[in-house]
Write a new protein. Structure first.
Length: 443
């Protein structure tokens, strides 16, 4: 066989090949992408319905995808309720701060200055107005919080109503055919193969090796096998829409904006060997964007930008409009927790208030405009994130979401002999006891 560029073409997706693929392929959705649809506001349901109608005659999901989607659907729908609960908790903490900090501080000052026979002395009545202001502030906080509590209750009811009458579920029900699930015996056979594949990092699913247990550890491989069987049965190319992209190279390769650059080459090779057809992958957001071109949905790009800006593929991200080209994009930050720099720490009423900072620059991929982001995290009291402030230079923030964990250094284990000093160099003893033991052995 001669050296030829054509031999590598199956691993690439040029424009003309992509146009042909979208005309011929079956669209298969993973449970991760089906569940991510719920992050798109219900106000865009007509746009979602329009997109899915375009593929309804060639849309299919494996039986195991149906199982995972139905298992996790209720949990995803109720996710926003936890965020509202967090808001209520923060409002309630305001009164706690008034009680523990303001009132305690004033009370301590009054005690320190009440003795008229020594300095410092300040008549206690001098503090009366300040005490009154603090008490009024507490009452105002309680009063002004009431309408916020009512709004949270309203939003929570709306979420529970959606659970009872799920419009997105109805669209998915009308769109997708569902494949038969494998028998338990067949799944056990796949588990045996999966043990070999995972030990050798052969995709898909090896990223779940240490995260899940039982047969569910091999769920991705079960889904992949069902996709292979369906492709062979229908003799059609396949487009897989998947948002389970956080596991490095497990299903695909991604860029720093969490977009799929191409499927894992091992999957392309296995798929073509099995079915002799093309295979490619997109995230849900890329599918929505490309549907405008390839499915002629006639949904304007501004609407698509707004829809997609509600999707996320990271615990920490911002959606922004570039000041230079005015285009909207998303930037994710997976390394914030590991790269927070301590900038300040001061003692307050309930312990130390500690400030951290994360600064990074990046380039708008549409116009090469330079942008810089500065994220300030305030910890107070210890172990609790009081607030997060994000400042963006070179663009305007449309939406942001941060789920930052403060990483504390592990407390050193103490010497097993004396119990006074930390263990040394991986030994169960400290440096002093280790030297004493060594000297005793020598003597």
């Amino acid at each position: 066989m001669d050296l030829s560029l054509k031999n590598y073409s199956k691993f690439q997706m040029p424009e003309q090949k992509e146009i042909k693929l979208w005309k011929e392929a079956y669209f298969i959705f993973d449970s991760s992408s089906l569940l991510n649809i719920y992050h798109i506001p219900i106000s865009y349901i007509h746009e979602i319905e329009k997109i899915f109608k375009c593929i309804s005659d060639r849309a299919w999901i494996p039986g195991h995808v149906e199982f995972e989607y139905l298992k996790n659907r209720e949990h995803v729908l109720q996710e926003p309720i936890k965020k509202y609960d967090s808001i209520i908790e923060k409002l309630k903490n305001l009164n706690s701060i008034v009680e523990k900090e303001f009132k305690t501080t004033i009370s301590n000052i009054i005690k320190e200055t009440k003795n008229e026979n020594k300095h410092p002395f300040i008549p206690s009545q001098s503090f009366n107005k300040l005490v009154d202001v603090i008490e009024k502030f507490k009452q105002d906080v309680e009063s002004l919080s009431e309408p916020i509590y009512s709004e949270v209750e309203s939003q929570t009811r709306a979420i529970n109503d959606l659970l009872a009458d799920d419009s997105y579920f109805k669209i998915l029900q009308e769109t997708f055919e569902v494949g038969q699930n494998y028998s338990f015996k067949k799944q056990l056979e796949i588990v045996k193969e999966g043990q070999y594949r995972y030990n050798n990092q052969i995709p898909p699913g090896y990223g779940d090796k240490n995260k899940k247990s039982g047969i569910q550890k091999y769920a991705d491989l079960i889904i992949w096998k069902q996709i292979l069987d369906f492709a062979k049965e229908t003799n059609k190319p396949i487009i897989l829409i998947i948002d389970d992209i956080s596991k490095k190279d497990d299903w695909c390769h991604i860029d720093n904006r969490k977009r799929i650059t191409h499927p894992n080459n091992d999957l392309i090779k296995e798929f073509m060997d099995y079915s002799e057809k093309d295979f490619w992958m997109y995230t849900l957001s890329d599918f929505i964007y490309k549907s405008q071109k390839h499915l002629a949905t006639e949904i304007d790009i501004t609407t698509i930008d707004d829809m997609v800006s509600n999707l996320y593929y990271s615990d920490n991200y911002i959606v922004y409009d570039c000041n230079s080209c005015k285009k909207r994009d998303i930037m994710t930050f997976d390394d914030i927790s590991e790269n927070l720099d301590l900038t300040d720490s001061q003692e307050r009423g309930m312990g130390y208030e500690t400030h951290y900072e994360y600064v990074v620059g990046f380039i708008c991929e549409h116009c090469n405009n330079s942008l810089n982001i500065n994220i300030e995290v305030v910890e107070y009291p210890e172990g609790n994130i009081d607030y997060i402030e994000c400042r963006l230079e070179g663009g305007n923030t449309v939406r942001e979401y941060f789920n930052i964990e403060l990483r504390k250094e592990k407390e050193p284990e103490m010497c097993e002999l004396c119990g006074e000093y930390p263990q040394y160099n991986g030994l169960p003893t400290c440096f002093n006891c280790d030297e004493k033991t060594a000297k005793a052995d020598f003597d």
